[in-house]
Design a protein around this ligand. Sequence first.
Ligand code: ZN
Length: 167
Amino acid sequence: MTVLPIKIYGSPVLEERAAPVEEVDGEIRDLVRRMTESLYYHQGLGLAANQVGVPRRLFLADDGTGLKVFINPVIRGREGEVSAEEGCLSFPEVFVEIPRSKSLLVEYLDQEGEPRRLEAEGLLARIIQHEYDHLEGVLISDRAGFIASRLIRGKLKKLKKRVRESL
Ligand code: ZN
């Protein structure tokens, strides 16, 4: 079994807004299983479906307390703001300081299709916001402030070039 490859910055699917999952069926559960393998193989904290080339509203998060699967998530409430450095499996070796809400309330379906709501804070809240951005086609390069953008510009160019050459 091969691990799902991760789409790297420059791949158009990363900038696509993902469509809702219509039914949590066997196909979706299979995607979740394969994404989970990929997440742990790459030692990520989160992974959105568009990062493996599937523009559907689904992401995984694991802040160290266990895997959580978010299908068709909606962020209802946000509180506070905190800035921290973030990486992304789609941006190898790039780290950007990004302000995010401190805590949030998210409603979603789990991998059984059951509706759930979760209040998250700290690292988990940050991962959820980062992955939710992926579903909207928003990337850490879009969230970077002016100075951070200048600092990572060279690295981004290299990533884009690498992707273009592999197409
Ligand atoms: Zn990411």
